[in-house]
Write a protein that binds this ligand. Structure first.
Ligand code: TYD
Length: 221
């Protein structure tokens, strides 16, 4: 007898919470912006969960070590894609969906688009293939809004400073493909993206993010 995988095994839905992802190349300033948005939302009385990929769970922290801190060439491209997808599956099932069910606002530094940009575009594993792998991992959960901090490879390199993980060490043409991957995703669904120039000042960027999120919250009322 063939036992089929049930179409959904999500342990919970998404409640009335909001999922907002911060994406961009290395050194774009995602964590600063997600922290500032989180502070502002908390001041407005919202329950906020701040998290990240890879490494937003106990399993994820082990996966993060494996995938980012090996030697160059130590992780095959498809293994890399599967590790990021596994990290995401665990993160969504045990952290993100439960928080959305509790009607919280989840802010995540990186999500599915990072896999499409880094593994799909930059590693050239294919946009659709990598997207579908992650969509399977998260049972179709896509953000309500993705804030893309667009950064050039040169600017990103400058901002990252001297310490580099395995992906940050890649050459500028890799980071150029990452950038192009993100921009293609945003251009395909502009209503779900806010694209900002990461070179703008921190305060101006934070104002733009708040204005867009305020609109989302208004629409949800
Ligand atoms: P991150 O911790 O966000 O690093 P940083 O704060 O320097 O941007 O991400 C670590 C690295 O993992 C980063 O180089 C991007 C990469 N990455 C992928 O290649 N695919 C993915 O799916 C994710 C989530 C991250």
């Amino acid at each position: 007898m063939i036992v089929r995988t049930p179409p959904t095994t999500a342990s919970s839905g998404r409640g009335r919470g909001l999922l907002i992802a911060f994406e961009g190349g290395d050194g774009a300033g995602k964590s600063t912006q997600s922290r500032l948005l989180g502070q502002w939302l908390q001041e407005q009385g919202y329950a906020v969960l701040h998290t990240r990929e890879p490494g937003g769970t106990t399993l994820g922290r082990t996966l993060r070590e494996l995938v980012l801190h090996g030697e160059d060439g130590s992780v095959a491209p498809r293994a890399e894609a599967l590790i990021f997808a596994a990290d995401r599956a665990q993160h969504v099932a045990t952290v993100v969906r439960p928080a959305l069910e509790r009607d919280e606002i989840v802010l995540t530094d990186r999500y599915l688009d990072s896999s499409v940009a880094y593994q799909g575009a930059a590693r050239e594993l294919g946009h659709e293939e990598v997207r579908d792998l992650s969509l399977w991992a998260v049972e179709g959960l896509v953000p309500d809004l993705t804030v893309l901090l667009d950064v050039s490879p040169e600017q990103g390199r400058e901002r990252r400073g001297a310490v580099h993980d395995r992906l940050e060490r890649e050459a500028d043409d890799f980071h150029d493909r990452v950038r192009h991957g993100f921009r293609t995703l945003a251009a395909d669904a502009p209503e779900r993206y806010l694209v900002l120039d990461a070179g703008e000042g921190v305060d101006g960027l934070a104002d733009a993010v708040r204005a867009r999120v305020a609109g989302l919250l208004e629409a949800r009322r």
